[in-house]
Design a protein. Structure first.
Ligand code: MG
Ligand code: ZN
Length: 195
């Protein structure tokens, strides 16, 4: 690893940065959590990379066109910027392995927990994955982290609390960190408490 490579905090979108409301098929359905901009600001200030990684199979399923995803991602970026935070990268998988039409119906390498989005960020942003974390509200976000040798934090927002109560006893590996929400997770990671 070259010395200038930086660790990243990869963040899931729905249920982690913003309320889990099902498919966000219109920008009006997108609602950021009130602590999200503060969390991203903390990542910026620490000199880590702040990167969004989201599965948006609603595109492959034909529920909404790519232009809507672009609008919603722009709303995310703008609302976080209004709170003083900046994302270094925003990545989405728009595929589904068995539903919809080409090019969105695809057995891609980027649908989480497959590592394609993280590998792209590694290449494009100079991420040091071994020092990086993924924060998400689903077990698959943790598996994504572990698939690249990073660590995984589960937040209790979105699906997180239910996954923790009903599913976690069956997981072969526990989360590296459990936090109430994104801000608490980011603060634990950056303070070194979580490692
Ligand atoms: Mg989620
Ligand atoms: Zn994909």
């Amino acid at each position: 690893m070259s010395p200038e490579r930086r660790p990243a905090i990869f963040m899931d979108r729905d249920g982690t940065l913003s309320h889990e409301v099902g498919y966000v098929n219109h920008p009006s359905r997108f609602r950021l959590y009130p602590w999200t901009a503060a969390a991203v600001r903390s990542i910026n200030r620490a000199g880590w990379l702040a990167v969004v990684v989201t599965n948006q199979a609603g595109i492959a399923r034909g529920y909404f066109p790519p232009s809507v995803l672009e609008e919603v991602q722009q709303a995310l970026v703008d609302q976080v910027a209004a709170g003083g935070g900046r994302f270094d990268g925003v990545y989405a998988c728009v595929h589904h392995p068995s539903v919809g039409k080409a090019p969105y119906r695809a057995d891609c390498d980027c649908r989480k927990p497959r590592p394609g989005l993280l590998r792209r960020a590694e290449e494009e942003l100079g991420v040091d994955l071994s020092r990086s974390w993924v924060i998400g509200d689903r077990h698959s976000d943790l598996v994504l982290a572990w698939n690249v040798g990073a660590r995984g934090a589960l937040v209790k927002t979105g699906y997180g609390l239910g996954e923790l109560q009903h599913l976690a006893p069956g997981w072969s590996r526990p989360p590296d960190l459990v936090a109430e929400n994104l801000l608490e997770a980011v603060e634990s990671i950056l303070s070194g408490e979580a490692s």
